[in-house]
Write a protein that binds this ligand. Structure first.
Ligand code: ADP
Ligand code: GLC
Length: 495
């Protein structure tokens, strides 16, 4: 075998340590598969309050204790701790950069009291990025690839290509920057530039300057050797003129040749109805009747009457505009006229939390809502629902539609990003379809897709055939992880 690669994977969230969305799932699953394929990949993330020493058997690394790290004209101390991500096949080392004042808070990015971003997020992630570089220097570990994810890590690219450009340790290191969501860019006032400690020349349109502000995602895009995003369709969308780039479309256009869209996979050791320990009854494509046990439990959980003939639509989501909730809001009355039940698990924007809380009171027999974050209930919804509703305005990849396919819960999605790349419409392709897809971001179109799904549900033979097809679809990480490894290798060959 060729020489194994060494890769540092940098992410602000990784399951089971800390999670707000799909980034955390990806940041655990992809490194584990890369490790299984024989490479030395290690992860680094901030040590948030949720990362409990006891629960995760975290230990100190003596020589990485109280490292002085520059933050503008101040110097703060950071310590690195370590633990492992383990599954049946592998062990991946995880480093945690700790500084209690910066990271030990009740939420990762947002103050739950104000529902606004922590006011010092610039400092929290500038410190993190500098801390990551310091850690490698002190470890003397020379990664072939530094794989950065989203804006929280973007500054690392800028620092390595400026301040550390002559550092021998990183002489042959290549930087990959993955965009998981272009809507979240880490934009801070121009006055924050000084805190980065970057040379003056970086504060310009060819650097991280963005309309007088600094933009940490742009830092990643401008200085990385390779850009990736999480689905082929999203890679095209972000460089179109249709607002998917949230102001960065010009940069995405400019960097088109350096950008590739690789569809995320899903962790089939966690999301697999055949072995899922969080659901009342496991099942497979040869025992579809067992799924009913979960449907019954799901209805009971939400206090809804159980009726095998009435399809249950599930939603598990951040309650954000991205996910298409304004369409659901607009069409809720019409949806509730259909012979369906709707169960919702989510948290986020207050307007949507209120919408579902009120609707659950109004439509007691038809709609159940749980506002909050609940891993176990997410599994029950995937297993117990007949359909999964995900009418996103945009969706870089989306994982829940893949989980739904695996659980035989046919997704109803809008044709955008990874949704377009992973779900095929049953009416358009009766022999290959795995769900229901609509094109335009319009309430009526979504309603039309739900009606089509309800109609198809009435035809048991067709429905079960589609369920089986969906469940058999291979969305595991194997294929995508190999593509990342190929990309790492190709990059290393470049001068
Ligand atoms: P995004 O990252 O944009 O939120 P994804 O579909 O990629 O969307 O990933 C969302 C992940 O977060 C999935 O694993 C999903 O099950 C999980 N999730 C979202 N909201 C909740 C919630 N309220 N409770 C439990 N899990 C949730
Ligand atoms: C982001 C996107 C989501 C994607 C996830 C993991 O949170 O919103 O579509 O699946 O990242 O890449």
């Amino acid at each position: 075998m060729a020489k194994p690669l060494s890769v540092l994977f940098v992410s602000s969230e990784v399951i089971p340590f800390a999670k707000t969305g799909g980034l955390a799932d990806v940041s655990a699953a992809l490194p584990q598969v890369v490790r299984e394929l024989g490479h030395d990949i290690r992860i680094i993330m901030p040590k948030f309050a949720a990362v409990s020493d006891r629960k995760f058997k975290i230990h100190d690394i003596k020589r990485l204790t109280d490292m002085p790290i520059k933050l503008g004209d101040r110097t703060l101390l950071g310590s690195v701790k370590s633990s492992f991500l383990t599954n049946i096949k592998t062990k991946v080392q995880v480093y945690f950069l700790s500084n209690d004042e910066l990271y030990c808070r009740s939420d990762l990015y947002v103050d739950p009291k104000t529902k606004k971003a922590w006011p010092d997020n610039d400092e929290r992630f500038i410190f993190f990025c500098r801390g990551v570089i310091r850690t490698m220097l002190l470890l003397g570990w020379k990664p072939d690839i530094i794989h950065l994810n989203d804006w929280q890590t973007g500054l690392i690219a800028a620092l390595l290509k400026t301040e550390y450009a002559d550092e021998p340790l990183f002489k042959n290191t290549k930087i990959v920057f993955t965009v998981h969501n272009a809507a979240y860019q880490g934009v801070f006032p121009g006055s924050s530039f000084e805190k980065t400690g970057l040379p003056e020349k970086a504060f310009k349109p060819e650097g991280l300057e963005f309309h007088g502000d600094i933009n940490l995602m742009k830092a990643g895009l401008m200085y990385a050797d390779q850009i990736t995003t999480v689905s082929p369709t999203y890679a095209k969308e972000i460089r179109s003129d249709e607002e998917y780039g949230f102001g960065l479309e010009g940069v995405f256009k400019k960097k088109a040749r350096k950008t590739v869209g690789l569809l995320n996979g899903m962790d089939t050791t966690i999301w697999n109805p055949e072995i899922d320990k969080m659901i009342p009854q496991t099942y497979s494509d040869t025992s579809l009747e067992d799924k009913q046990v979960n449907k019954k439990a799901l209805c009971e959980h939400f206090g809804l009457p159980y009726d095998p003939a009435v399809p249950v639509l599930g939603i598990v989501s951040r309650l954000a505009d991205q996910k298409g909730f304004d369409l659901i809001k607009e069409q809720l009355v019409e949806l509730m006229k259909l012979n369906i039940q709707l169960v919702v698990l989510g948290s986020g924007e207050k307007k949507y939390e209120d919408l579902f809380t009120k609707a659950a009171k109004k439509y007691k027999k038809k709609l159940g809502a749980h506002i909050g974050f609940d891993e176990e209930l997410a599994h029950l919804i995937e297993a117990g629902s007949d359909m999964f509703l995900m009418p996103s305005k945009y969706e870089p990849c989306g994982l829940n539609q893949m989980y739904s396919l695996r659980y035989g819960t046919l997704p109803i999605v809008r044709a955008t990003g990874g949704l377009a790349d992973s779900v095929e419409d049953l009416d358009a392709k009766p022999k290959a379809g795995t769900g229901f897809v609509f094109d335009d971001y319009k309430g009526k179109q979504m309603l039309g897709a739900v009606k089509r799904a309800v109609k198809a549900f009435g035809d048991e033979k067709t429905w079960q055939a589609a369920m089986k097809r969906a469940m058999k679809k291979d969305n595991s990480w194997d294929a995508s992880a190999k593509k990342y490894i190929e990309l790492y290798k190709k990059l290393l060959k470049k001068k």
